[in-house]
Design a protein around this ligand. Structure first.
Ligand code: AMP
Ligand code: MN
Ligand code: MN
Ligand code: MN
Length: 276
């Protein structure tokens, strides 16, 4: 079975539109796909009859959350897209994104002496409430301020840089509650990417479980075999469900193809065992 439960479209910072991603998933002979845009489920509005697809589409989202001053990403898989609690949670995130975008634009305006940056960045995002740092990076490149993405984050948008604004995401606990209320399964996304020591990662996972979290991405993108072995151990020890996803953003990340991650270690319990 070819399964990918973590992917992005132009609704957040992916390069393919929802329709293009769907077509690509069909061509790649996927059996199951979850579209998990950052803080948004808008992609699903563009897929009117999921039952007609040649693979199973699992409704999903990737929330940015706050835990102990860190930004932690939580996937909600198999959510009910019509859940009022889910929609309220998303609306809160959108307000955080919009507020932060205004602050980043103000900072950049002062630094660069350019007016109306927010107006220009708005045109690059799918909608106002999905504005993220990648849209600011694209703006800075197109305005000739920086030469590439790398420079945009290094000089302006990266953590602690000149136009960095600390995000105020909803807490990990509240997001997990919101995913559970919508019938979804909360999964800790790419656990090895927060650069935590294993002790601290275990603390994070304990808080995640205490709040109602149910699984972790044992396989994320093209991580090393060592990382997979550690995450398998944690997954088994804490009796969590296991998920796998590429975190596909587009074809230019040629090392990270849709549906081509390694299979889940056989001793882990796949999250999709819970879906009928
Ligand atoms: P946001 O959710 O709006 O804070 O944007 C986060 C996204 O910005 C990440 O998913 C990356 O795509 C991108 N990003 C953040 N920091 C960097 C960085 N240092 N280099 C390249 N991309 C980055
Ligand atoms: Mn992203
Ligand atoms: Mn993420
Ligand atoms: Mn992602």
């Amino acid at each position: 079975m070819r399964i990918d439960l973590h992917s992005h479209t132009t609704v957040s910072d992916g390069k393919l539109s929802p329709a293009e991603l769907i077509a690509h998933a069909a061509m790649s002979q996927l059996d199951m796909l979850a579209i998990t845009d950052h803080d948004s489920i808008d992609a699903y509005a563009d897929i009117p009859i999921p039952e007609l697809l040649p693979f199973r589409l699992i409704p999903g989202i990737e929330f940015s959350t706050q835990w102990s001053k860190l930004e932690i990403h939580i996937l909600g898989l198999n959510i009910d897209l019509t859940s009022p609690k889910l929609q309220a949670g998303i609306a809160r995130q959108h307000q955080h994104r919009l507020d932060r975008a205004g602050e980043i634009a103000d900072k950049l305006s002062r630094l660069l002496g350019i007016d109306n940056i927010l107006t220009a960045v708005r045109q690059l995002a799918h909608s106002d409430h999905n504005i993220g740092r990648p849209h600011f990076a694209r703006y800075l490149i197109e305005a000739g301020v920086v030469k590439d993405d790398k420079e945009a984050y290094k000089l302006y948008l990266g953590m602690g840089k000149k136009a960095y604004i600390k995000p105020t995401w909803t807490s990990l606990t509240d997001i997990i509650e919101c995913i559970r209320a919508s019938g979804g399964i909360p999964i800790l996304a790419h656990p090895a990417r927060y650069q935590l020591t294993w002790t601290r990662l275990n603390k994070l996972i304990d808080s995640f479980i205490e709040a109602g979290g149910q699984g972790i991405e044992v396989i994320s993108g093209n991580q090393t075999a060592d990382v997979t072995a550690e995450l398998t151990t944690i997954c088994l020890k804490k009796q969590l469900l296991a998920s796998c996803g590429s975190d596909f953003h587009g074809h230019e990340q040629h090392w990270n193809k849709l549906g081509h991650s390694r299979p889940l270690p056989h001793e882990c319990e796949p999250v999709w065992n819970h879906w009928h």
